[in-house]
Design a protein around this ligand. Structure first.
Ligand code: SF4
Length: 376
């Protein structure tokens, strides 16, 4: 089995109003250099708990596209020195509008970066302001053109639905524009309002309306209808790709395959345990620079937890959960063990069983948490 490598780059130009990720505002290149030193050191000293064969590398954040090609190169060199990276590895960098130049993108391409996960979020300038994204829709259009001009032929758009005040028509226009630009992949997120974010405070104080869950569900349904008439195929609840462009890295999470995580707050999975680093960038850099582990916690995956995760992570995928494979991996006959729950969920139109495969229905994708609760 091959593994993925996840690298967390916690710097952003400014902080978006809804964000609760581990991220810091980019202040000076010195801080970024120290961080790059630390992540390279962590990669170089990581223990071989997971297979050394790697076929996906993913720079997430934060805004990894704030890294210079030289910084990205140092990190990739550290990864290649520590692991056996496949020649055709998928190498993704999350990029935000107005954070790259043609020269930077050419530099990334020369280093083997072959996929861009592009943080468009919305093409509506009013909503971009509300989210304090720090760019406008034209920046997104221009950056997309730059990506194509630099030779990126595998681009994913991140889009958010369920924004305060966003109408169904707004979303339809957004989606039309996204599809007209013709990316290879779409990832859809329903806005979550996290406590302690400026957006949560704006909603509490009445300056913004709370997101409307039913309207978000309507937007999702509209997306499924619209996508059905295109080349895109849905392969996961929130992910859509043209044939051959499903994210190889993200699919590892849903298939419970191993991932080495490096950087502040990065999570790893070695098949037996999940473990993660501290969330504070200064504490992370201090720990690694001092030769100490940055690990902040660890969850052993006991057989019950494995069975639970195996069920609901596979159910996220449109190909569904193979009941035979589930029994082989867990020793549990799912149809017998959960007979009453499965009958209830099928009657509610949330799941269907065809031969060996248990799948969410379209309605089940909207109410997936109700299904996953059964296997929790
Ligand atoms: S760009 Fe992404 S990670 Fe950075 S502040 Fe905005 S939402 Fe958070």
């Amino acid at each position: 089995m091959t593994a993925g490598v996840y690298l967390h780059i916690p710097f952003c130009k400014s902080r978006c109003s809804y964000c609760d990720f581990a991220t810091d505002v980019y202040r000076d290149s010195g801080a970024v250099e120290r961080y790059v030193d630390a992540i390279c050191a962590e990669i170089g000293t990581s223990k071989a708990e997971i297979t050394p064969f790697v076929d996906t590398i993913y720079f997430g954040g934060g805004t990894p596209s704030l890294l210079t090609p030289a910084q990205l190169e140092r990190i990739l060199e550290a990864v290649r020195a520590r692991f056996e990276v496949a020649g055709d590895a998928e190498i993704t960098v999350e990029m935000n509008p107005a954070t790259v130049t043609p020269e930077k993108l050419t530099g990334y391409r020369a280093l083997g970066v072959n996929r861009a996960s592009f943080g468009v979020q919305t093409f509506n300038d009013r909503d971009l302001k509300l989210l304090a994204r720090g760019h406008d829709a034209n920046d997104a259009r221009n950056t997309f053109k730059m990506l194509r001009d630099a030779g990126f032929s595998n681009i994913s758009f991140d889009l958010i639905i369920g924004l305060p005040g966003q109408t169904l028509e707004d979303w339809q226009r957004n989606l039309d524009e996204a599809l007209a630009l013709d990316p290879e992949h779409l990832s859809l997120y329903i806005l979550e309002v996290h406590e302690a974010t400026p957006l949560a405070e704006q909603i509490r104080s009445g300056r913004r309306t709370a997101p409307d869950e039913e309207l978000a569900a309507e937007m999702y349904e509209h997306l499924l209808d619209r996508i059905a008439a295109t080349e895109f195929e849905q392969y996961e609840i929130s992910n859509f790709a043209k044939p051959g462009f499903a994210s190889r890295h993200n699919t590892k999470y849903w298939r419970l395959e191993p991932v080495h995580g490096f950087g502040v707050s990065a999570h790893s999975f070695d098949g037996k345990a999940r473990y993660w680093n501290v969330r504070d960038t200064a504490a992370y850099v201090d720990a690694v620079a001092g030769g100490r582990s940055a690990e902040a916690g660890r969850d052993e995956i006991d057989p019950a937890r494995f069975a639970s995760e195996f069920a609901f992570l596979n159910l996220r995928l449109t190909r569904g959960l193979s009941l035979v494979k589930y029994q082989q991996r867990t020793g549990i006959d799912l149809e017998r063990e959960y007979a009453a729950d499965l009958e209830r969920l099928a009657d509610a139109g949330l799941i269907e069983i065809n031969g060996d495969v248990l799948r969410l229905t379209r309605r089940g994708m909207l109410f997936s948490n109700e299904v996953f609760a059964v296997f929790a």
